[in-house]
Design a protein around this ligand. Structure first.
Ligand code: UDP
Length: 157
């Protein structure tokens, strides 16, 4: 594994799908130099929603969150790159779009905490990226390949 092989789980949430922002989200990540290694356009059911958001089970917003995330299709993805988890979080912006910096995905497209467009694994919760990838993808659904422009993104292999 070279230093740029970190994988992270990213999801364009139902609001991003409904608003036609899936392409924009993918564009931002791929133009940054991150490599798409898995993608699944899917409907999340109650059970998967509960598993994915298990850490929030006791929070007052949990039921609303489950309702939202199961309200329509999502695009689940795995992206790979140097420091990928933290870098994607920076590109997402603050959890509440009202607080997110302009230039971030939430800061450019969102206004409401309950509909904040994108999920990314938490870099402050080590292992959350691998856990989430395992929850949504089988290993054979992830593709091993090189992007030809990697030599222009990373100075060293
Ligand atoms: N959320 C919400 N109300 C809140 C806090 C969170 O609806 O008061 C939702 C929101 O969609 C958020 C998700 O719960 O993205 C998970 O919360 P977390 O704190 O893990 O934020 P994230 O990691 O997504 O930035």
């Amino acid at each position: 594994m070279s230093h740029h092989d970190e994988r992270t789980f990213v999801m364009a949430k139902p609001d991003a799908v409904q608003r036609g922002l899936v392409g924009e989200i993918i564009t931002r990540l791929e133009e940054r130099g991150l490599k798409l290694v898995g993608a699944k356009f899917m409907q999340i059911d109650e059970e998967l929603a509960h598993e994915h958001y298990a850490e929030h089970e006791d929070k007052p917003f949990f039921d609303g969150l489950v309702e939202f995330i199961t309200s329509g299709p999502v695009m689940a993805m795995v992206w790979e790159g140097a420091d990928a988890t933290r870098q994607v979080r920076q590109m997402m912006g603050a959890t509440d779009p009202a607080e997110a910096e302009p230039g971030t995905i939430r800061g450019d497209y969102g206004l409401d905490l309950g509909q904040n467009l994108i999920h990314g694994s938490d870099h402050e919760d080590p292992g959350s990226n691998e856990r989430e990838i395992d929850l949504f993808f089988d290993e054979e659904e992830l593709v091993d390949y090189e992007r030809t422009d990697a030599v222009w993104v990373y100075e060293e292999e």
